[in-house]
Design a protein around this ligand. Structure first.
Ligand code: SF4
Length: 341
């Protein structure tokens, strides 16, 4: 049996045809599964009973299984979800003044092993399926009161989304489909550690926001922090970013986690100004969240302000982003697929 939530609108149409059913019914099924988030084919009340029975014989509808939640003192909520094969993933609801963002995972674990990240330390298990990505949204919705809704999605949780490209793009299409999850593309962001060829492809294929986790201004430092830089060094990565922003004529957000003595000097700030020249972008400066057994340290407030000022003086938009949910390990780079029980 196949999970209906692993099928795109087009896939549902094809499956209906192969079952001898009318393919135009696909949109109704799509709306029930992805917009209304129903749990039973019996709830698809505008479909003929016979078709509902055929669907039941061939498909099932997954329901997310939340096995634990934790709430931070700043209101951030972390959810631990158990998948059908018993692997676990996390997603995080982040309330801010004017928005409620859901940070979604795209893989179980992550193969990229960034030096500042707990997810990377745990290694890679597997890619998530479309249903497992989408069920994070439905899981988070169950925690919200009726008058509150998720306003933004970021694929910035466990895993590197551009290494699970096919399923992530299917998800993005459903997330931004008016009859799917119905998010405006400008409210959906994919965050990558720098899979350069896939950045260019994403730019051509879909219109959502892109965030790039940069974190260094020389290949030497970036190789140490993010081993993926050995495959796609800064020049290749930033060329891909230039092509992406030219196609979409949109801003890229560069995430820059500052670590004391590693990447927080005035020289770094000067190099960053040069590196990003010609790319329409803004820069999020994130002071490092100390992790257990880490050699990296949080920068001083003074170093952070000097770094920001250098960027502002060079006419970049540079915002210091306080990490949310640090006390429950829900902040950037802290997701491990386990909550404190
Ligand atoms: S920072 Fe992102 S890409 Fe790097 S190891 Fe962690 S989850 Fe993977």
């Amino acid at each position: 049996m196949q999970n209906i939530k692993d099928l795109t609108l087009q896939d549902i149409g094809q499956r209906l045809t192969s079952l001898g059913e009318k393919p135009y019914k696909a949109l109704q099924i799509f709306v029930w599964a992805f917009n209304k988030g129903i749990s039973s084919f019996d709830d698809m009340t505008d479909l003929p009973k016979g078709l509902r029975e055929r669907l039941k014989e061939n498909f099932y509808i997954s329901q997310p299984k939340i096995i634990a939640t934790e709430k931070s003192k700043d209101g951030t909520k972390k959810l631990l979800l158990e998948l059908e094969d018993k692997n676990c993933i996390e997603c995080v609801l982040i309330p801010e003044e004017d928005r409620l963002t859901l940070c979604i995972s795209s893989q179980v674990g992550c193969p990229l092993d960034c030096g500042f990240c707990m997810t990377g330390r745990g290694g890679f298990v597997r890619n998530l399926k479309l249903s497992e990505i989408i069920d994070q949204v439905f899981a988070a919705k169950t925690l919200l009161p009726a008058d509150q809704k998720i306003t933004n999605l970021v694929i910035m949780g466990m895993g590197e989304p551009l290494l699970n490209y096919k399923e992530v793009v299917k998800f993005l299409n459903i997330a931004t489909h008016q009859k799917g999850l119905g998010f405006a593309p400008k409210r959906v962001t994919v965050s990558t550690a720098g899979i350069a060829p896939m950045i260019e492809r994403l730019g051509k294929e879909i219109k959502v926001n892109l965030a790039v986790s940069l974190n260094a201004t020389t290949d030497d430092v970036r190789n140490r922090l993010m081993p993926i830089n050995k495959k796609y060094p800064l020049k290749i990565l930033l060329d891909a970013c230039k092509k992406y922003s030219a196609v979409r004529n949109r801003h890229i957000t560069f995430e820059y986690i500052l670590m004391q003595g590693m990447n927080d000097s005035i020289e770094d700030a000067k190099r960053l100004v040069k590196l990003l020249k010609g790319i329409r972008c803004k820069i999020n400066l994130i002071p490092f969240n100390p992790l257990p057994n880490t050699k990296f340290k949080r920068p001083s407030d003074n170093a952070l302000s000097i770094f920001q000022k250098m960027l502002l003086d060079s006419n970049y938009v540079a915002i210091i982003r306080a990490s949310k949910g640090e006390d429950i390990s829900a902040a950037c780079g802290q997701l491990k697929g386990k909550l404190k029980r």
